[in-house]
Ligand binder design. Structure first.
Ligand SMILES: Nc1ncnc2c1ncn2[C@@H]1O[C@H](COP(=O)(O)OP(=O)(O)OP(=O)(O)O)[C@@H](O)[C@H]1O
Ligand SMILES: [Mg+2]
Length: 420
């Protein structure tokens, strides 16, 4: 995550990165990384600890252990707890100590635990149960719709809408092929889906950005566009007021009082329903979109939190007038890439202010209907109204997909694991 490392380096930190072998060259080649330790799996606290020990780097030599990667957040917190509990000198028995934070941050990761705490606080949230035997779920013909998904999934991967015995059977077959479970069975929440991004410090919301997904993320499995449009607060005052109340109460229920958050919610008629919440900056180009719309650098604020510094914000940032920004995935068909629009061609499309093309001719393009983080690239689009921005997003998605030529895939292997 070069942007996160760069934010820490700008804040004056000397950064050691624990990375998987595939990221080693990039980390070693980066100006902002001081030291790199290579581990088989950076989501394993054991692997990271062992690599530090091999390199003679004691945990107590560090100021903080942190991550912005969804699957590394809890292991990083476990190591940070251990760091704080480690005596700095032989005479110092207790270390700098304090309450361990990992058990709390777990609620920002485990979908079942999270919903239990949010429900207990009285907030609207889908009913859910953990199941090891989804094939035994009864689906009578007129049963309400449900969602079956991995307990700690990401990118809407293997997230299935169950409408009857047939869709249940297809979901169970796919889930069983992917792993041993257990899985989460949830009440289906209808309505429009939103992402809410921001910063909380000392339990106070300092930044709040509400974006509407152009299509609910579950629709990626049917070829849906992955894009979110930041809604200007002045045009959505009631929604912002309700989103602020829901977010505040949810973060309090989750005991998450300091850092960036990325929350998902549904608008079901008049009511807002909590979806889920992560303790990180949102995926894709959420950072760019929020910076353009509100003038706030979420990663800068994340780095300040990690280093125990106060926020740089003196008042809640205002939305840039007369603009509506969106962040989106650039879609492409699966297969070996033969031809793909260039960066310049993409930037020349109406309203495009940023574009990053992530695959090149010869690369293998994955099936993007499997997970929302699979894409050919990312773009940020600007318009003057929500309707114009939405039209531009849809046109760009269609244009990019049509102008990317791929040879059909070789026989499919297992899809890559989600890494939102
Ligand atoms: N109970 C539900 N009711 C309606 N839609 C749901 C429900 N659960 C999940 N979805 C849909 O599936 C998507 C993925 O589910 P969820 O957010 O739980 O998992 P995820 O894989 O962590 O997603 P991401 O990493 O993209 O945030 C949601 O964004 C939403 O569109
Ligand atoms: Mg989600």
């Amino acid at each position: 995550m070069p942007r996160a490392v760069a934010a820490l380096a700008r804040a004056g930190a000397d950064v050691t990165c624990a990375v998987a072998p595939r990221d080693a060259a990039a980390a070693r080649g980066s100006d902002t990384v001081s030291r790199t330790v290579v581990v088989p799996d950076p989501t394993s606290a054991q692997h990271v600890l062992a690599a530090l020990a091999r390199d003679g780097l004691p945990l107590r030599a560090f100021t903080a252990v942190c991550s912005v990667l969804e699957y590394c957040i809890v292991p990083a917190q476990i190591l940070d707890d251990l760091r704080r509990a480690t005596p700095r000198t032989p005479a110092d028995r207790g270390g700098t100590g304090g309450e361990p934070r990992a058990p709390r941050i777990l609620a920002m990761r485990d979908k079942a635990l999270q919903k239990t705490l949010v429900r207990r606080a009285g907030l609207p949230v889908a009913d859910c149960t953990v199941t090891e035997h989804p094939e035994t779920i009864e689906v009578p013909p007129a049963a309400p719709r449900t969602v079956l998904k991995p307990l700690d999934g990401g990118g809407a991967r293997n997230t299935f809408l169950i409408t009857g015995p047939e869709s249940l059977h297809a979901a169970v077959t796919a889930l069983r092929a992917d792993g041993p479970g257990p899985w989460l069975l949830e009440e289906y929440i209808p309505g429009t889906e939103f992402q809410v991004d921001g910063i909380v410090r000392d339990g106070r919301l300092l930044v709040l950005s509400v974006s509407r997904y152009v299509q609910n993320l579950i629709e990626i499995h049917d070829g849906g566009v992955v894009a979110h449009i930041v809604l200007p607060p002045a045009r959505h005052t009631a929604l912002y007021t309700a989103a602020r109340a829901l977010t505040s109460a949810a973060l309090e229920a989750l005991a998450y009082s300091d850092g960036p958050f990325h929350l998902e919610m549904f608008q079901d008629g008049e009511r807002l329903v909590f979806g889920e919440c992560a303790a990180r900056v949102g995926g894709g180009r959420t950072d760019d979109v929020v910076r353009l719309a509100f003038g706030v650098d979420l990663r800068e604020e994340w780095a300040r939190t990690v280093l125990g510094r106060p926020s740089a914000l003196t008042k809640e940032p205002a939305h840039a007038p007369g603009t509506v920004f969106a962040g989106m995935n650039l879609p492409a068909p699966p297969g070996t890439v033969h031809r793909i629009p260039s960066h310049e061609q993409t930037l020349a499309r109406p309203g495009v202010v940023h574009a990053a093309i992530e695959v090149a001719p010869g690369d293998l393009m994955p099936d993007i209907t499997a997970a929302s983080h699979l894409r050919a690239g990312l773009a940020v689009v600007r318009g003057t109204t929500e309707t114009q921005t939405e039209t531009r997003v849809k046109d760009l998605a269609r244009w990019f997909h049509t102008h990317t030529v791929c040879a059909p895939h070789p026989p499919a292997g297992p899809a890559p694991k989600a890494a939102p």
